[in-house]
Design a protein around this ligand. Structure first.
Ligand SMILES: CC(C)(COP(=O)(O)OP(=O)(O)OC[C@H]1O[C@@H](n2cnc3c(N)ncnc32)[C@H](O)[C@@H]1OP(=O)(O)O)[C@@H](O)C(=O)NCCC(=O)NCCS
Length: 148
């Protein structure tokens, strides 16, 4: 069974390997993740099954608004509900924190991620041209948080 739980320092090797396998552009290093684990405004989770890390998500609380900073699932486990479970955890946390909105950006060509976000009620706010390291445009998306 897949469990979503807070990320620990001992997960970081597998988390960075999963990011790389998932093809994240400019993936965070071990040190960057280690800093997020002690950042009081950051909330990092992993999806774990039998000791194996299948994916992770990092949520930032940026002055009362949430930002999905990172989400990745290992390709060997795509389309099995892991991304959905991570997103549900982030949305619940955002509501618990009383955040008003959740924001994120996705590569314009990243249709799987956009489909996941749309399934969670995210809507398009606009485009940030040339945002990514490969000069690809970013699609900006957001949704309100009930009760926030
Ligand atoms: C985006 C990503 C996290 C989705 O993870 P996942 O575990 O495969 O997603 P889920 O199985 O929970 O899918 C949930 C829903 O998202 C949508 N979705 C996910 N992958 C999709 C795809 N390839 N095509 C179309 N819709 C997709 C569907 O609505 C899906 O629901 P369904 O399977 O019932 O139709 C994963 O594809 C990934 O790690 N991609 C590479 C990293 C990345 O792009 N991160 C986001 C950066 S902005």
């Amino acid at each position: 069974m897949t469990t979503i739980r807070p990320m620990r320092p001992t997960d970081l090797m597998q988390v960075t390997e999963t990011d790389a396998a998932a093809g994240i552009l400019l993936p965070w290093t071990l040190n960057q993740y280690a800093r997020e684990l002690i950042n009081p405004s950051a909330f990092c989770w992993v999806a774990e099954e039998d000791g194996l890390i299948l994916g992770s998500l990092t949520l930032w609380n940026v002055a009362g608004e949430g930002e999905i900073a990172n989400i990745a699932v290992h390709p060997s486990h795509w389309r099995r509900g892991v991304g959905k479970a991570l997103m549900q955890t982030a949305l619940q946390k955002a509501a618990d924190l009383g955040l008003t909105r959740l924001l994120l950006e996705a590569r314009l060509g990243n249709l799987p991620a956009q489909a996941l976000y749309r399934a969670f009620g995210f809507q398009e706010d606009g485009i940030r041209p040339g945002y990514y390291s490969n000069r690809e445009d970013a699609l900006l998306m957001s949704r309100h948080i009930l009760g926030g």
